[in-house]
Design a protein. Structure first.
Length: 386
């Protein structure tokens, strides 16, 4: 139990995280082998999408996005006219944050006769990711969450967090942990990470010690959870635990996630190892450049954060922030763009963002709690955490 929190949680048992990753990798490779032998075999492509999402989200294997594009291309080649192909293409596009493309594929599936239950879940996810029709999304999320399943509760909690309803979001996340009946460490680590991000990144006054407990728990459940390690290392660095920050980052280097190299460069610089820090920063720059060339929309927010920080390129940061909030105009995207515009001295653009944000969000509880409602207090914003 974590007694320091308002809500005491008994954490559910789960399969050992390292064993779960080994099983995932073995199953993923086997699924791909079956797919290449029979790409139209029912269920196999859908299963690969789920497995590749896990490798991207948790293991930092960002090449999974390219593999998903290969999957979608092959299905389109052999079975272009089916509802199934349109739905899988929509899923793949959504994973890469190509939301307009995902909507097009969903519309195609509907025209072809896809039943609503086949399109509604993804349509809700796209709307939520883009900050669109949030009242309707919230109503639908509340109805679905009555199932009590973790996979239905977490999207509701994430939406409540986006709407700045932090206490209710925490309650729903904790309910998801309490009611979880399976043994997957991926699911439990996901909830723990979301709670860490809620208290460490999303609230107006971050509670680092509270966030640290959740990030540590996420890593305990899933030692190869790259993003949890990165966020935990940031807290360690901010509290002068440089050795701990480096120790938590080192096991994540092999993932290839550029943020690992960026944060490791910061840690090495803080410990006076300037040459090692410069080498890590070069890797981070190259990796961000490559990812942004291949998957611009998927990494625009994280790229903007990098270039406004260690990447030290204000114009590139601003360009990417523009791309991000044009693609997914959420409140957080507006906040990030505003902070970067102010930092870059682009006062005209900053004022334009404030005007647009106020027009879009004014009167909503989320906006009144946003730093955009009191822009002088605006600080650095992280990219999206999901």
């Amino acid at each position: 139990m974590i007694g320091a929190m308002k809500l005491e949680i008994t954490f559910p048992p789960a399969t050992d995280g390292d064993i779960a990753v080994i099983n995932l990798e073995s199953s993923r490779q086997h699924s791909w082998s079956r797919f290449w032998h029979a790409p139209q075999r029912p269920g196999i492509a859908e299963y690969i999408v789920e497995q590749e999402q896990l490798t991207v989200q948790f293991l930092g294997d960002l090449d999974g996005l390219a593999r998903l594009d290969t999957l979608a291309s092959q299905l389109t080649r052999v079975d272009n006219e089916s509802i199934r192909t349109a739905l899988i293409n929509a899923q793949v596009a959504s994973v890469a944050h190509r939301f307009a493309e995902a909507r097009d594929y969903l519309a195609q599936a509907e025209i072809q006769g896809a039943p609503p239950e086949a399109t509604n879940r993804l349509s809700l996810s796209v709307d939520q990711a883009c900050g669109t029709n949030l009242e309707a999304v919230l109503e639908a999320r509340r109805l679905t969450a009555e199932s009590g399943r973790l996979e239905d509760l977490v999207p509701l909690a994430a939406l409540l967090a986006d709407l700045r309803e932090f206490d209710e979001a925490e309650r729903i996340y904790c309910r998801a942990l309490h009611e979880y009946q399976d043994v997957s460490p991926f699911a439990v680590a996901w909830v723990c990470f979301q709670l860490g991000a809620l208290w460490g990144e999303l609230v107006a006054e971050p509670q680092s010690s509270r966030a640290e407990l959740w990030y540590r728990k996420a890593v305990e459940y899933l030692p190869r959870y790259v993003k949890a390690r990165v966020h935990l290392a940031e807290i360690y660095s901010a509290t002068d635990r440089i050795g701990d920050a480096e120790a938590v980052l080192i096991p994540a280097i092999s993932s290839g996630d550029p943020e690992v190299h960026w944060r490791l460069a910061d840690v090495m610089d803080a410990s006076g190892r300037s040459e090692e820090a410069a080498a890590q920063m070069r890797v981070a720059r190259c990796r961000y450049r490559d990812l942004l060339e291949k998957h611009l929309l998927a990494f625009a927010d994280h790229g903007a954060e990098f270039y406004s920080g260690g990447g030290n390129n204000a114009s590139r940061a601003l360009e990417l922030a523009r791309v991000n909030f044009a693609n997914r105009p959420t409140l957080r995207a507006f906040e990030q763009a505003y902070a970067i515009a102010v930092s870059a001295g682009e006062q005209h653009f900053a004022s334009e963002i404030l005007t647009t944000a106020a027009s879009r969000w004014r009167g909503t509880p989320g906006f009144t709690r946003s730093m955009l409602a009191a822009p002088k207090t605006m600080g650095k914003q992280r990219g999206a955490t999901t």
